[in-house]
Design a protein around this ligand. Structure first.
Ligand code: FAD
Length: 300
């Protein structure tokens, strides 16, 4: 199918893109990798009169290591993220989420900013960004603001991003101490999107007890969420197998599951518990015995 007619704009700077967005408002859409927007336009689910292609704004297409953490421009592609040594070192769960997306063609052009703005409930990044305590940088007519990942995702394709704002950057804070992290997903066998996905970040104290646990879950509910019951159940405890299983059993507490032709709600809740247990176990194993691509970060 062909999309409806639109005017095409290709600004080369962020201020120019922002100005176009203010001028055309609700009639405009930003175009990044086009991997979600163009299919929606071809299906006539969206018919923007103006397409603002931000793909030439070079400052948005970079990944920087910063104070042990990361700053990822909105146009960093999934492939850039999965293959970046800085990301693999500082945030291996994020590299794993990027690698789990679609196929190589999609990963070569799709961007982290586009994925977060699109907010598909089955997207991979949100679980990792929740577990990593990431922050999302937005730029709008009233200036810049930063939104924690935990407050960014609001529902199916609904986020804290305003219609006249541009998502410019994702900040991932430095991991400290003896930390391990992992992202795992159960892909839909047809589309590859996550029926469920779970990310875990675990930091152990010098006696081997959990002093910091973050768990993010995607694909299961209308919006990705932090499994706080799991985090609370592990805090201060040694992460033995029994304790991890007991904590992971709380991964779907109070969650209203998605239900569609791809998977029933009960199955998605089950997947959440299983994937959280496995992601926690992988994170703990990596904290204890770091391997290639996973780091034992320097002490605080
Ligand atoms: P676009 O399609 O260009 O834009 C998407 C939306 O975000 C639009 O509304 C656009 O206006 C808005 N937008 C884009 N950039 C910005 C910005 N900087 N600020 C504000 N708004 C912005 N995703 C997964 O997570 N897991 C998968 O397994 C997966 N499999 C896929 C398989 C296929 C075959 C395809 C086609 C896609 C798949 N995707 C998957 C989606 C993929 O990750 C897309 O790349 C992503 O959802 C959108 O990124 P994009 O850069 O292509 O954005």
């Amino acid at each position: 199918m062909f999309p409806a007619a639109f005017a095409y704009h290709r600004p080369r700077t962020l201020p120019a893109a922002l100005a176009l967005l203010q001028r055309h408002g609700a009639d405009a859409r930003l175009l990044a990798g086009g991997q979600s927007l163009l299919p929606m336009m071809k299906l006539r689910l969206l018919e923007p009169a103006h397409l603002i292609d931000i793909g030439r704004i070079r400052r948005l297409r970079r990944i920087r290591a910063a104070d042990g953490g990361l700053r990822l421009g909105a146009l960093a592609t999934h492939w850039m993220i999965e293959s970046s040594p800085a990301v693999r070192r500082a945030a291996p769960a994020l590299a794993e989420a990027a690698r789990a997306i679609g196929d190589l063609q999609v990963r070569n052009v799709g961007t982290i900013g586009g994925s977060l703005a699109h907010a598909d409930p089955a997207a991979d990044y949100p679980a990792a960004l929740l577990a990593l305590d990431a922050r999302i940088g937005l730029l709008g007519p009233d200036g810049a603001r930063v939104v924690p990942a935990a407050e960014f995702f609001r529902g199916v394709m609904a986020t804290a991003l305003g219609p006249r704002e541009i998502l410019v950057e994702v900040e991932v804070p430095a991991a400290t101490g003896t930390t391990g992290q992992a992202y795992l997903k159960m892909p839909n066998p047809a589309s590859g999107f996550a029926l469920a996905g779970a990310a875990a970040v675990v930091r152990l104290d010098n006696r081997g007890r959990c002093e910091h646990v973050r768990v993010g879950v995607t694909g299961v509910a209308a919006a990705p969420y932090r499994a706080r019951g799991v985090e609370d159940a592990l805090a201060g405890h040694e992460p033995g197998d029994a304790r991890l299983a007991e904590a992971a059993a709380r991964a779907a507490d109070g969650v209203a599951p998605n239900e569609d032709l791809h998977a029933g709600g009960a199955y998605r809740l089950h997947l959440a518990r299983v994937l959280v247990r496995r992601a926690l176990a992988a994170a703990v194993a990596r904290a204890v015995a770091p391997r290639h691509g996973v780091r034992r970060a320097a002490g605080p």
